[in-house]
Design a protein around this ligand. Structure first.
Ligand SMILES: *Cc1c(COP(=O)(O)O)cnc(C)c1O
Length: 423
């Protein structure tokens, strides 16, 4: 799938088609459904296809979707059908991946804080485990004295190559929290010894950061990890490191409809910095999250009122902090585009005006769409003001323009809310 084909799936015309159908079917309704999420499953399929194609077919690659980016079970199920596994970071995400039918061998457990029981369960299931630190490694030693496992076990390293544009999203600075640091005194030597003593350690894992990390920075982190794999194998005189997990982190363009960068572009940077990755000597795992889904979803909401405060035009909508916590609390790091539609879902084509919800002028009763919210929005709810979580609908469009919806998550009800809050 070339990027221009992908781009065709991210057009304003397609969004308009989907929104008009959603209004007709009552999935958006001024009283009953003022807010809803939409995930374009055709675009998701095209994106996953572009991911598969970016890596040479001759390599053994598992693309494990980072579940935290969208943990809805039907979404994970769809991604499984498209050939992806899951990266999980909690017992909840593990349960969601298993509920989606993902085979344990295609699940990777990465959380930095795994209890003994969680580790034992992962090893029993055969879920791949990446060890975060020396104490966790000792725990696995202990667990393996009494059991055998099919799990692929690796060590997460922090290549300490620096920060991207968003500090909180950068995980490979000198002092980042996750993994064993590579440039701290003595660690490389200690890692070589750790592998020498543990023939069951066969993988290395790194995840340099998410959104805001330049491709070259990510590729340099991967290169440092590949170099360590070579060093371990050379020192031990055997091919003990059989696999490399290169994490996720491909940034997403939130500024326009264009899908850029593409996976192909990242693979080119990886080839330049870490050619060994493509030598065929290593199995590979990737853990992309945001880039798989962000541009394939949007959140739509009615504008209930408009007003003017101190010269500032304000549109009061139902899409608040409960569905866009990151954007509301850190708008500089997480800007979102807003598209304006009338009450029927038809796009408003006027000149954009500055409004608290930016876009062509919105009137009460209009619909606004927060674009590129397919990742990290539905999975990052914020139950402020006890606002209910909206439904999320899957969308497919036939060749002759017929829009079909499926329920990925039903809307939370007041009863759900009361039971969750002890009522
Ligand atoms: C968050 C995370 C990912 C996914 O990052 P994206 O930016 O969504 O691609 C992958 N691996 C690990 C370990 C993570 O923490």
């Amino acid at each position: 799938m070339a990027n221009h084909q992908l781009n065709a799936l991210h057009s304003p015309e397609r969004r308009e088609l989907i929104l008009r159908a959603a209004v007709r079917e009552g999935l958006l309704h001024p009283e009953d459904a003022q807010l809803a999420g939409f995930l374009d499953l055709d675009a998701v399929a095209a994106t996953v296809d572009s991911l598969h194609r970016a890596f040479p077919g001759s390599l053994d690659v598992l693309h494990a979707f980072a579940t935290k980016a969208n943990s809805l079970v039907p979404v994970l199920q769809r991604l499984r059908e498209l050939g992806m596994g899951c990266e999980v970071a909690s017992p909840g995400e593990l349960a969601q991946a298993l509920a989606a039918g993902v085979e344990p061998a295609r699940i990777v457990l990465d959380s930095p804080a795994k209890t003994r029981r969680e580790l034992a369960r992962a090893l029993e299931l055969g879920v791949a485990v990446n060890v975060d630190n020396w104490q966790e490694l000792a725990r696995i030693d202990e667990l393996l004295t009494t059991r055998r496992t099919r799990s692929r076990i690796g060590v997460r390293v922090n290549p300490q190559i620096g920060s991207g544009a968003i500090g909180a999203m950068s995980t490979a600075t000198a002092t980042s929290k996750f993994g064993i640091t590579l440039t701290d005194e003595g660690n490389t030597k200690r890692l070589v010894e750790a592998f020498r003593d543990r023939p069951w350690l066969g993988w290395l894992h790194c995840h340099v950061g998410s959104q805001g990390c330049p491709l070259d920075l990510m590729a340099k982190g991967v290169a440092a990890t590949v170099a360590l794999a070579r060093e371990i194998n050379d020192e031990l005189g055997r091919d003990q490191v059989v696999g490399l997990n290169i994490g996720g982190g491909l940034p997403v363009n939130f500024a326009g409809d264009e899908v850029t960068p593409g996976y192909q572009e990242y693979v080119e940077r990886l080839r330049a910095h870490a050619p060994d990755l493509f030598s065929g000597k290593f199995q590979l795992v990737t853990e992309f999250g945001r880039s798989v889904l962000a541009k394939n979803g949007f959140t739509a909401a009615y504008v209930e009122y408009t007003k003017n405060s101190g010269g500032r035009a304000i549109a009061i909508t139902f899409a608040g902090v409960q569905v866009a916590a990151r954007t509301v609390f850190a708008p500089e790091s997480w800007p979102l585009r807003v598209a304006a539609h009338d009450a029927t879902g038809t796009a408003k084509r006027g000149e954009p005006v500055e409004q608290d919800v930016a876009g062509p002028a919105c009137f009460a009763g209009d619909l606004v769409a927060l674009l590129d919210t397919g990742a990290y929005y539905a999975s990052t709810p914020f139950s402020y003001n006890s606002l209910l979580e909206p439904a999320v609908h899957g969308v497919t469009v036939t060749a002759d323009g017929i829009v079909r919806f499926t329920t990925l998550r039903r809307a939370q009800t007041v009863e759900d809310l009361l039971s969750r809050t002890g009522g």
